[in-house]
Design a protein around this ligand. Structure first.
Ligand code: TYD
Ligand code: MG
Length: 456
């Protein structure tokens, strides 16, 4: 039987196995091996042909004799997108934009392309929609008369053959999971197809200096199919983040060879596409009329921009022998640790309580600077007592109950003062000597006990 010809490719790490097994022997992921027929000329795992940048043959050189060329950047016309890209599109760079289906990837890219096509030749290839659907979307976005080259083609070889004479400076493939290479017999969206198609497109981008944007859908597990394969093939990885019900969309750079990571761009979905939110501080607050129990406002600093974010906690007597700890926004492990610190060093037992923590607006807060706000929000809910009006909190909590300083304290305090907050509880080392920033009174705390006292 032809069975001996097939191999099994891990959907998670891309490794090839001769036999099926429940767990990938290379990366340890479960149920990720899928059967594929390798094509004769380009076996999965075979080394890609060397990428040549233009016509120059590679030479061994001394590092100190190399003068890098200034990286020219093309602004996208959306400053929030330029911010996550590190200042605009770099020629020959490859950007992967990931996110859940329906979050707004195609919308954002069509808006950007329509605007850019006035200045540079751009090509939009869609494998998901017909050209009529793209035109209808363009009408909704008010860019129906854009001078933009569009194509609905899923075969990479044909896309490249059609793209070459157009000499686009920007090529968008929407999405990488829908395109396929004729060299492989496996289905579009499989790891080997995604890898092969992407590597052909990347070679084209590098050889011609075309900026390339690949759209990638995120799987149920929250990763782009063949994530590791794609992530290390590209220069920049951007992810769309949003809460299902929220109209706000956050784009985060998780990898960037041309800029800082963790930089955020904030957009709002409207009837006419995505609008940028250039001053996002206030949108992650729920603006209660008066202070309510379980709510704390913190200043997070994602990338280079301080932002005000509201953390909400609900602490309620549990009916379960194993009380629930649910964290939407902060890390769940971190929450468990913080509750242990609150018990051990604050004397507040929450062992028999369910604890839910949510960050308003679906923001993911990975910084440890959120610790103190999460703890005090939980305490406030437990005591059913508001923390106080116009109060801002940030600081890292250590296992010994100490409150550790966080980077960018001055900027965070300045942002809070700018938005009319009047009291701040922050790590002692982040508090200015004068104990004031404008109208903001700053209380520096060194231990968890001091912080609890400051809100009692
Ligand atoms: P889309 O860009 O198609 O998502 P993706 O490419 O990431 O799968 O986003 C489509 C969603 O956005 C859809 O639910 C409708 C909504 N939408 C608006 O609210 N306003 C608009 O102007 C457009 C074009 C879409
Ligand atoms: Mg789409």
């Amino acid at each position: 039987m032809a069975k001996s010809k097939t191999v099994f490719v891990c959907e998670s790490c891309g490794a090839t196995q001769p036999k099926w097994s429940g767990q990938c022997p290379d990366c340890g992921a479960w149920n990720t091996l899928t059967e594929t027929v390798p094509a004769a000329p380009s076996k999965p795992g075979a080394a890609a042909p060397p990428v040549s940048f233009g016509d120059t043959t590679p030479q061994v050189q001394k590092l100190n004799a190399i003068t890098p060329r200034e990286t020219p950047r093309t602004p996208t016309g959306l400053s929030e997108l330029d911010r996550v890209l590190g200042g605009g599109l770099v020629p020959g760079s490859v950007i992967l934009i990931g996110g859940d289906p329906g979050i707004g990837k195609s919308t954002l890219l069509l808006q950007v392309l329509a605007q850019l096509s006035a200045d540079i030749p751009a090509l939009y290839d869609t494998g998901e929609e017909s050209l009529e659907q793209v035109q209808l979307r363009a009408q909704r976005l008010g860019v129906a008369d854009a001078d933009l080259a569009v194509l609905a083609e899923t075969c990479v070889e044909r896309v490249l053959a059609l793209a070459k004479p157009q000499a686009p400076r920007l090529l968008v493939i929407d999405s990488i999971q829908t395109v396929f290479s004729q060299a492989l017999s496996s289905a579009p969206g499989s790891v080997s197809q995604v890898r092969e198609s992407a590597s052909m497109l990347v070679r084209f981008a590098k050889a011609t200096g075309t900026a390339l944007i690949l759209v990638g859908h995120v799987t149920k597990e929250g990763t782009i199919a063949g994530p590791r394969v794609l992530e290390h093939m590209v220069d920049t990885v951007l992810y769309f983040e949003a809460e299902a019900s929220s109209r706000f969309r956050v784009i985060r750079a998780v990898k960037n060879r041309f800029g800082a990571v963790n930089e955020l761009g904030v957009f709002a979905m409207s009837g006419a596409g995505l609008k940028q939110v250039t001053n996002p501080s206030a949108i992650f607050l729920s603006r209660h009329e008066t202070a309510v129990p379980g709510s704390a406002v913190m200043v997070t600093r994602e990338g280079s921009r301080p932002m005000l974010v509201e953390v909400q906690a609900l602490v309620d007597e549990s009916q379960l022998s194993n009380p629930r700890r649910v964290a939407l926004g902060p890390d769940a492990q971190r929450l468990a640790m913080l509750l242990a610190v609150l018990h051990r060093h604050g004397g507040i037992p929450l062992g028999d309580q369910d604890v839910f923590v949510n960050v308003v607006g679906g923001m993911r807060v990975s910084e440890t600077a959120a610790d103190l706000a999460v703890l005090l929000a939980a305490l406030s809910s437990f005591r059913d007592k508001p923390l106080g009006e116009r109060l801002i909190i940030f600081g890292e909590v250590g296992l010994a109950g100490e409150i550790r300083p966080v980077p960018g304290g001055e900027e965070r305090l300045a942002e809070a003062a700018k938005h009319g907050f009047t009291r701040a509880i922050v790590p002692k080392a982040n508090a200015p000597k004068s104990k004031r920033v404008g109208e903001l009174e700053v209380v520096g705390v060194a231990r968890l006990g001091d912080a609890i006292e400051a809100v009692t």
